[in-house]
Design a protein around this ligand. Structure first.
Ligand code: GTB
Length: 214
């Protein structure tokens, strides 16, 4: 059955692979599933046809026969359950990998997004200079805990899993910048993720879209 995902027709990330279709592309590449991409131009994001797939008018979405999904974390979870390769067979290891998927989307990524919101949307506010160090300190505290948990392991909990797809992509939002650069173990973890052939294929595919449009 054909899998179709949606992505920005013209991504504001300039081909950096930070928009969330990258997470879905990477997961699909890891499990070896071909997919098609419906590119959504800005003017279509709020149209009813797109909102039927994504109630908040965003990308990515995932279609497979009658199934239509939104929320990149949920999409990756579905892919990981549907096809072998992204979740361990052992029940306990699988439960831990799923725990890390939830931890990433609820306890790690929102802190990083808060910083982006401050940088891009709130930098002109009178309180911005006071608040930014607080936001960064929260990220630093969480990264310190994350780094301690990861230690010198390759992946966040045993074998590479869907949790690593989500976590590496979340951390990539701070690639080359503080506070991530202050945590060499986490920066190296991101590099390991990026070195995976499936990541490279996904990255190249989204970059090709950007290049074709610009
Ligand atoms: N929780 C949802 C999910 O995980 O699927 C969030 C989806 C989401 O934020 N989608 C964004 C979107 O559609 C694109 S990925 N935005 C358009 C809108 O809301 O109107 C987020 C994103 C956008 C841009 C960059 N960038 O330029 O670097 C990075 C990430």
């Amino acid at each position: 059955m054909t899998i179709t995902i949606t992505a920005f027709a013209n991504s504001p990330d300039q081909g950096a692979g930070l928009a969330r279709d990258m997470i879905v592309r990477w997961a699909l590449e890891e499990v070896g599933q071909p997919y098609e991409v419906r590119l959504v131009p800005w003017e279509d994001f709020r149209k009813p046809e797109h909102r039927r797939r994504q109630p908040f008018g965003q990308i990515p979405t995932y279609e497979e026969g009658d199934l239509v999904l939104f929320e990149s974390g949920a999409i990756v979870f579905h892919i990981a359950e549907r096809f072998p390769g992204l979740l361990p067979a052992d029940a306990n290891a699988r439960a831990r990998a799923i725990t890390w998927m939830f931890a990433t989307v609820s306890d790690v990524e929102p802190l990083i997004i808060q910083r982006e919101v401050m940088e891009y949307l709130e930098s002109d506010k009178s309180w911005a200079d006071e608040r930014m160090p607080l936001v960064e300190q929260r990220i630093r505290d969480r990264f310190s805990e994350l780094s301690a948990y990861l230690g010198d392991a390759d992946w966040i909990d045993g074998a590479f899993s869907a949790a690593d797809v989500l976590l590496v992509q979340a951390l990539r939002r701070l690639e080359g910048q503080g506070p991530l650069t202050e945590f060499p173990m986490l920066a190296a973890y991101v590099e390991r993720g990026k070195a995976r052939p499936a990541f490279k294929r996904a990255f190249a595919a989204q970059l090709a879209v950007f290049k074709a449009q610009n």
